[in-house]
Design a protein around this ligand. Structure first.
Ligand code: ADP
Ligand code: MG
Ligand code: MG
Length: 252
């Protein structure tokens, strides 16, 4: 049983006019076995939260804490975060020209486990993961994210999720740019991951459609850098019907 805990998190970014506070006191606790959806309008700070948990240097934590089983995540290097069991899939994944998917996955797995995975089972695992995500075997030889379609980028993320098998996954807009088939395939991958029982998922999304496939235990409405409301899966249905108006009006 693990806990990812975010307490009163304040985060600023540097702008031409000086630092601008984007996160204004975020509280959120994800326990293993739980799936949390973070939903909110564009510009509410959802990606900023993901980047802050990931340790992106552009985002300065001015106060508050992020801990994994009581250990300070914000003090960890990006590598240490991965080794501690955190997986972070960003809304706009970076291209790594010249590094194949196969080499990237193997290097990531080796870095996290502290030893290289046995080749024979590893190749089988990689091919199995690609296959379940309906990615062709030749996909493994392509350069990471270079020329990938939106759907390929997101399926590649889920392949990483399956193979690296973290404790907690933060998935930022995993549903953006997906057609209906890709959305189902990606969602099934997230569900395979969370169905292992002791995994935690923080699913950041703008639209409710992915929640037809992934059933969250908790829904957090994110507005203006804060959690404005927390509820169960039914809250997503209410948002689908009524939008974010009620919260954005209250926030100004
Ligand atoms: P969301 O993911 O909910 O759409 P973001 O976290 O991307 O929201 O952005 C929240 C706010 O912070 C927006 O107003 C955005 O313009 C601003 N912001 C985010 N990153 C930066 C940055 N690097 N520099 C300046 N402003 C930023
Ligand atoms: Mg669950
Ligand atoms: Mg975003």
């Amino acid at each position: 049983m693990s806990t990812l805990e975010i307490r009163d998190l304040h985060v600023s970014v540097a702008t031409e006019d000086g630092p601008k506070e984007i996160l204004k006191g975020v509280d959120l606790t994800v326990k293993s076995g739980e799936t949390h959806a973070i939903m909110g309008p564009n510009g509410s700070g959802k990606s900023t939260l993901a980047y802050s948990i990931a340790g992106h240097p552009k985002y300065a934590v001015t106060s508050g804490t992020v801990t994994l089983d009581g250990i300070d995540v914000l003090e960890m290097s990006v590598d240490e975060r991965a080794r501690a069991g955190m997986f972070l899939a960003m809304q706009y994944p970076v291209e790594i020209p010249g590094v194949s998917v196969a080499n990237f996955l193997r290097a990531a797995k080796t870095a996290i486990d502290g030893e290289a995975p046995p080749l024979r089972t590893w190749v089988k695992d990689v091919n199995g993961a690609l296959d379940r995500l309906t990615l062709d075997k030749t996909f493994a030889q392509r350069s990471v994210n270079e020329g990938f379609s939106g759907g390929e980028k997101k399926r590649h993320e889920i392949a990483q999720l399956e193979l690296l098998n973290p404790k907690f996954a933060v998935l930022d807009e995993t549903d953006s740019g997906l057609d209906i088939d890709a959305l189902r395939i990606v969602s099934e991958g997230v569900n395979r991951f969370s169905d292992q029982g002791d995994r935690g998922v923080l699913l950041i999304t703008h639209y409710t459609r992915i929640l037809r496939y992934i059933k969250p235990d908790f829904v957090h409405v994110f507005v203006n850098g804060r959690v404005a409301e927390v509820g169960g899966a039914e809250l997503a249905e209410e948002l689908e019907a009524n939008g974010y108006d009620k919260y954005t009006k209250a926030a100004v």
